[in-house]
Design a protein around this ligand. Structure first.
Ligand SMILES: [Zn+2]
Length: 115
């Protein structure tokens, strides 16, 4: 089980990796960039496969991640766009935003908002 914040940073890192892969395609004459691009593509593939697997677990309701606030094992109950809802036994329902950094990325919510 990984902490949700670790996963958030992995997702953010994958954006950088994707940029490197694209850069290597745009400038194929740069040998070092081609090597970096190939490595980035491999890492990105692993991250994407993990993400797909986690998405599948989320759909099945079997995705557990560490709570961003207390680290306890919490069930991910749903996601939409860049948002993820988690149910922590200690902190209650949390809404985690992928693109906000720091404390602002986690909000406590009373009820899950499906609207
Ligand atoms: Zn918690």
């Amino acid at each position: 089980m990984i902490n949700v914040k670790t996963w958030l940073w992995t997702c953010r890192l994958s954006v950088l990796l994707a940029a490197l892969v694209i850069a290597a395609k745009i400038y194929p004459e740069e040998t070092w960039l081609a090597h970096v691009g190939t490595t980035a593509l491999i890492v990105l593939t692993v991250i994407c496969l993990s993400g797909a697997f986690m998405g599948l677990l989320l759909v099945l309701g079997r995705l557990y991640l560490g709570c961003p606030l207390c680290g306890m094992r919490s069930r991910a109950v749903g996601g939409r766009g860049s948002l993820l809802w988690m149910e922590c036994p200690c902190c209650g329902t949390l809404r985690v935003s992928f693109w906000r950094v720091g404390k602002r990325c986690v909000e406590k919510v009373e009820e899950r908002n499906d609207g």
